[in-house]
Design a protein around this ligand. Structure first.
Ligand SMILES: Cc1cc2nc3c(=O)[nH]c(=O)nc-3n(C[C@H](O)[C@H](O)[C@H](O)COP(=O)(O)OP(=O)(O)OC[C@H]3O[C@@H](n4cnc5c(N)ncnc54)[C@H](O)[C@@H]3O)c2cc1C
Length: 473
């Protein structure tokens, strides 16, 4: 097996390539002592910042602060694959059982509209995030994947997709992107490519401009629910903030907070990015429309052509060590880098000699039923949103607008969506959770290998069916 070409500038970790590209910003001042606000948000990723943005835009007189342990964008929001899509990790059937099918269809349509909402807010607020709405292109590289993709598209048409919203294309007749070995492809216009760190940094600057106090280097050690007439409180190393409403927007880091430790499991996701690719290679590859590109393997990948002419590709890779904490500096493991490189060069043999310039990892929050939630508990004044798994770039915007309506006490189309108030059981304690995840990952990998060997047969491996029914999925 040939070795992975590494750039002389190769780096592993250091938050992400996105922050290396624009530079890690200077940190804002921490909280100076005890304080009082109308709304206090914990966590300055997309969820926290969109919530602060929409609240302040709607009610400029509200006193809103955001408390961030590191700096705005330190978490998944500054590390992700830049897919702004209508993808959704939750169980449509579960939401439909509790709220009716029409309500789930409304949620799916709301997610499609969310892509356009982010496009229009970034334009209106002049946040330059290299955003292009080029749609989502999913390829199948064997018959089992083709069958699955076709089946998935048909399934989605039961849940709010019209034929134009997602359809099969023939990759040989309509080669938007010349993916080697692709036997089929699906295309949805409801997606955009963006530069994650530019979005989060631009959004943080915008909320500060609107009058939100963003305190960085301010770790929250405890969130206390309001009770007996007392308002909720957020305890930090620098002082305590009291507010009418406290929003927990800590996603993959939630497991490190006292209290909701087992609500969402933190799972690592890794990415690599190439050096800039030559114009000749781009001519052969195409990929000119800003599409986000993925595949339909069980251990699926997500990728984008960056604005500066590279390929950034990520995947579920990087199994954690037992009891590992959320990836702080974003260091990723050599085998995760190797897996991503193999996926990259399988799809684009042309770039096999292009050196890899950066590798990194981040954490996502995964609920036991994989269904995200947004919620306000009016008794305690605590609100939260998350559990988005791999689909949080647009979902966090929908969450921010929904939290605005909940906090302002409004009953709206958004607050009636079925993920609002959704509850699920917490994860098993370690080591059960870890063992389950390892087994599921192993089954999916073997299923992928078996499917690629049985070319022409075209059925999803039974091992994948077993894995899908397991809780560690
Ligand atoms: C590598 C990777 C690739 C991904 N790719 C995609 C993609 O292409 N498309 C997609 O839709 N989704 C993707 N995701 C998921 C998506 O990035 C997240 O769902 C989304 O960014 C979550 O935003 P958030 O604001 O809820 O959480 P985060 O961005 O994680 O923000 C949480 C913040 O809380 C802060 N915090 C934590 N604990 C404390 C504390 N005690 N006190 C104060 N602050 C605290 C953290 O420092 C962090 O800044 C990806 C995720 C990763 C890791």
């Amino acid at each position: 097996m040939r070795s992975i070409p590494r750039s002389s500038r190769f780096a592993n970790g250091g938050i992400s390539y996105w922050f290396r590209d624009i530079g890690v910003p200077e940190r804002r001042a921490p909280l100076a002592g005890d304080a009082d606000y109308d709304v206090c948000v914990v966590g300055a990723g997309y969820t926290g910042l969109w919530t602060a943005y929409y609240l302040k835009r709607e009610r400029p007189e509200l006193r809103v602060c955001v408390l961030e342990r590191e700096f705005a964008g330190f978490g998944a929001s500054g590390r992700n694959g830049g897919w702004l899509s209508a993808e959704f990790s939750g169980s449509r059937e579960d939401y439909a059982r509790s709220h009716g099918k029409g309500s789930m269809v409304a949620l799916q349509r709301a997610l499609m509209n969310t892509v356009d909402e982010v496009v229009s807010v970034t334009e209106r607020e002049e946040i330059d995030a290299d955003l292009i709405k080029g749609g989502m292109y999913l390829v199948a590289d064997n018959e089992a994947q083709r069958e699955r993709l076709q089946g998935h598209i048909e399934y989605l048409q039961e849940w709010g997709y019209w034929p134009d919203d997602f359809h099969m294309v023939d990759p040989s007749e309509e080669p938007r992107i010349a993916v080697h070995g692709a036997v089929a492809a699906g295309y949805s216009p409801h997606a955009a490519r963006l530069h994650p760190a530019k979005l989060v940094v631009g959004l943080a600057a915008k909320v500060v401009e609107l009058g939100v106090d963003v305190f960085e280097d301010t770790p929250v050690v405890e969130i206390r629910p309001g009770e007996k007439g007392e308002r909720p409180a957020v305890v930090t190393e620098h002082g305590t903030v009291r507010a009418d409403h406290v929003v927990r927007a800590t996603e993959g880091f939630t497991s490190t907070l006292r209290g909701p430790r087992r609500q969402w499991r933190h799972t690592h996701s890794s990415m690599i990015v190439t050096e800039p690719i030559s114009d000749e290679s781009w001519e052969r590859i195409g990929w000119e429309g800003g599409e986000v590109l993925g595949d339909t393997a069980h251990s699926s990948i997500y990728s984008q052509r960056t604005a500066d002419g590279r390929i950034a590709i990520g995947g579920r890779g990087a199994p954690q060590r037992l009891g590992s904490a959320p990836a702080e500096e974003g260091l990723t493991q050599p085998h995760a880098i190797a897996e991503l490189w193999r996926a990259l060069t399988r799809m684009f043999p042309d770039v096999a000699d292009v050196p890899i310039e950066h590798a990194w990892a981040g954490v996502l929050g995964v609920p036991k039923d994989w269904s995200p939630t947004v919620r306000l508990d009016s008794e305690t004044g605590l609100a939260w949103a998350g559990g988005y798994s791999h689909s949080g770039v647009s979902t966090s915007n929908l969450a921010g607008r929904t939290l605005r309506d909940l906090i302002l006490g409004r009953s709206t189309e958004l607050t009636r969506l079925p993920w609002v108030g959704h509850e699920t059981r917490g994860w098993e304690p370690e080591p059960l959770r870890w063992v389950g995840t390892k087994v599921v990952r192993g089954l999916y990998r073997t299923a992928d290998r078996r499917e690629s060997r049985t070319a022409g047969k075209g059925h999803t491996s039974r091992l994948a069916d077993i894995a899908t029914r397991m809780p560690g999925r």
